[in-house]
Design a protein around this ligand. Structure first.
Ligand code: 5GP
Ligand code: ZN
Length: 112
């Protein structure tokens, strides 16, 4: 499958790794929108949140706890934001499920 994030997981495309375990991989976004901008992705290829089913529950809850762990390591004591864009209207440009962990500054809330 021709998937950018699967290639990142496989090391075919370089990335700045932040965290890795059997279930997920986390790396710095190439185009950060804040001082901390990390992508957390499952090692299993899932197209997006819209493609998850009951069998993916454990992966999803695991990723959420990993995000909390990374936020602590990144010292995001003032808070942070977790986003998963879904589909075209949601602004998803890579069809491999990913969660953006964004923080390190006071974030706005602006949709255009
Ligand atoms: P989306 O727009 O699908 O929600 O998020 C995709 C994210 O992947 C974007 O924030 C984009 O900057 C990031 N991205 C795209 N290609 C690469 C890449 O090759 N390496 C890294 N580290 N991030 C990437
Ligand atoms: Zn993939």
């Amino acid at each position: 499958m021709d998937c950018l994030f699967c290639k990142i997981i496989d090391g075919e495309i370089p990335s700045t790794k932040v965290y890795e375990d059997d279930v997920c991989y986390a790396f710095r976004d190439i185009n950060p929108v804040a001082p901390t901008h990390i992508l957390v992705i499952p090692k299993k290829h899932i197209d997006g949140l819209d493609a998850c089913d009951e069998g993916d529950k454990e992966i999803l809850s695991h990723i959420l706890s990993v995000i909390k762990l990374i936020a602590r390591e990144e010292k995001l004591t003032g808070g942070y934001r977790v986003i998963s864009n879904v589909g075209e209207d949601g602004g998803q440009s890579v069809r491999h499920l990913h969660f953006h962990l964004i923080g390190g500054k006071k974030l706005g809330w602006n949709f255009d």
